[in-house]
Design a protein around this ligand. Sequence first.
Ligand code: 13P
Length: 260
Amino acid sequence: MTSSRTDPAPIRPLVAGNWKMHGLKAQLAEAATLRAALEGALVPHGIDVMICPPATLIMELARLAAGTRLAVGAQDCHWLPAGAHTGDISAEMLHDAGASAVIVGHSERRAGYGELDHIVKAKAEAALRAGLAAIVCIGETAGQRRAGLTLDVAARQLAGSLPEASTAADTIIAYEPVWAIGTGLTPTTGEVAEVHAFIRTALIDQLGVQGREMRILYGGSVKPSNAAELLAVPSVNGALVGGASLKAVDLMGIIAACKV
Ligand code: 13P
């Protein structure tokens, strides 16, 4: 492995908040606080910021964020554009509601709904078809890490979940070790570095120059107190934040720790 394959060109970081199934309309006050804070001079302009609220809040958040640097994402989509699929939402509908991105393959959907790699890939393809960026999540369980399978899982999920047509402009990878999500546990910076370098090499092998420039986010118990060290790891191009994204002040703390 040569250093040129592991050290990407400067990549614009993204800090994205995944609100998961949290948030009634009152939660939008946090987004308004975040919007105001992002207008402050202290926040570097070289960082992208996104909130992925529950689907019920996308339209309202898109209105609130219009004309600002706060982007709006969604948390999941169906792979078809429309049809008899009660309860589902298509990527086209999310785009129509004002989202510019959608998370696909989050471990909570892989585990809770049996979403296999080919489903995740179909959803990512739907996102690209609808003009949304796809945030494709991968990551090993605690058992897989204990068994030494972390890199095998990453390789398999990348090979199976990423559309062939993905580019650095329309696809983002989020490495989220399942055991680090919502637990307060995080991998060491050395472990994060190993996996992100592996993902970078795999992306280059799979997508060529597009893989070199694709953003790779780290997710799993990111908070203001650990963000600086996690975000300083090579090939960590931002964070996908769960719990700490629910409070604007916490997300601002993470954004402030982001290298640009
Ligand atoms: P936490 O930041 O709450 O661990 O969640 C991470 C996550 O799953 C983001 O998608």
